[in-house]
Design a protein around this ligand. Sequence first.
Ligand code: AMP
Ligand code: GLY
Length: 434
Amino acid sequence: MKILLVGSGGREHALGLKLKASALPVDLFAAPGSDALAELGTCLPLGSEDVEGLTRWCAQARPDLVVIGPEAPLVAGLADALRDLGIAVFGHDQATARLEGSKAFAKAFMGRHGIPCAASRQVQDLAEGEAIIRAWPHPYPVVLKADGLAAGKGVVLAQTEAEAMETLRTFLDGRFGDASKTVLLEEPLTGMELSLHVLVDVDADHARCVVLPPCQDHKRLGEGDQGPNTGGMGAFGPIPFLRPEDLDRLRQDLVEPTLRGCQADGLRARGVFFLGVMWTPRGPKLLEYNVRFGDPETQVLMELLDEDLPGLLKEVAEGRLERQDLTFKPGCALTVVLAAEGYPETPVKGVPITLGPAAVRVIHAGTRKEEGRWLTHGGRVLNLVAHAPDLDQARRTLLEALPQADWPGRQVRHDIGLRALRHAEAHRTVADAW
Ligand code: AMP
Ligand code: GLY
């Protein structure tokens, strides 16, 4: 099978490895790919948002499947352009990708279809926004969200009125260009955050999905959830204390109304929805939709998935996802992100990495190879992924492997999964205080 994988990060390396692990031969192409992906196939000199270039390549090369990793090409309409050529694409149409591309659009969708979420107000005018903040009816912080894509930096939890006012002003002044000309002011939700991935196949005449094991990401840079927000410093799944009835609730409250909503609104869906969920004291609420796989959640999910990935993604891409369930390996998978010095603000690139033989999987997220040596080449550099019978053992295996991948200034959290492990060991459930 000839497959084009769009993207270049750790998520794409994990997907690439799983695609190549197929029982069938896979001829893998990646755009733009990375030096790690070049070891699995052919990298094309085309950016992931180069809709025209990618369309031209596909028209000529006719891949059997295109898998789109990041959100930006989906929001830019890459899937539509390729589908117009009759090519099977795992990735949503532009209209559906607005669920991630515009938080105001997503919020209106949630409201229309009765999906539980935080109360919010949408503003485009400074004076109106200031008046809302002055009369803020919820507890602090004020959650301010840029409407459009802002590379994961468009959400601010303002702890004071002054900070909320200042953030609002900079957003509306164009801190993220047009993406922040509309701002959502949102009620803060508390509880336990989780990442729920669902493969979805929705069209006018059917709405089908399979739910993947819930994962938990760790967004803050520092141990104990301190420090600035990042794209994610580590993740694990499944969450050991989630009971079957909790999964049923996620399905009933969030997944099913999302599928019905897509169908009612004429939004075709052929890819993955990654729901950012907060399990509050009043049950699960939706923080946001993503129309792509999470990074680093994908590294966990690909480790657990016990299916032939090319075949599975092609079923979704062709709108014929018939199965109700997927097979997953028993146990727990856990990934830790090894980040560069200076991440997330100004990662130091070009630092040589010492990479020994690790007893765990090594995923390349931001590396470059020069004269046979791996160098740091991005903020999140490597991800180690362990799979073990349970979360405790996965943590131990991973921590033991950590010294095998090192460089000066490496930043790493040693407490990935620890809070969940303590919660499980104390026999607490998701309904108990997190
Ligand atoms: P989002 O891009 O909407 O997921 O926001 C990024 C992060 O901000 C989320 O992963 C949450 O940790 C946090 N966040 C977003 N919305 C809220 C909210 N209403 N209350 C509390 N935290 C939030
Ligand atoms: N790990 C969170 C994300 O991919 O957005």
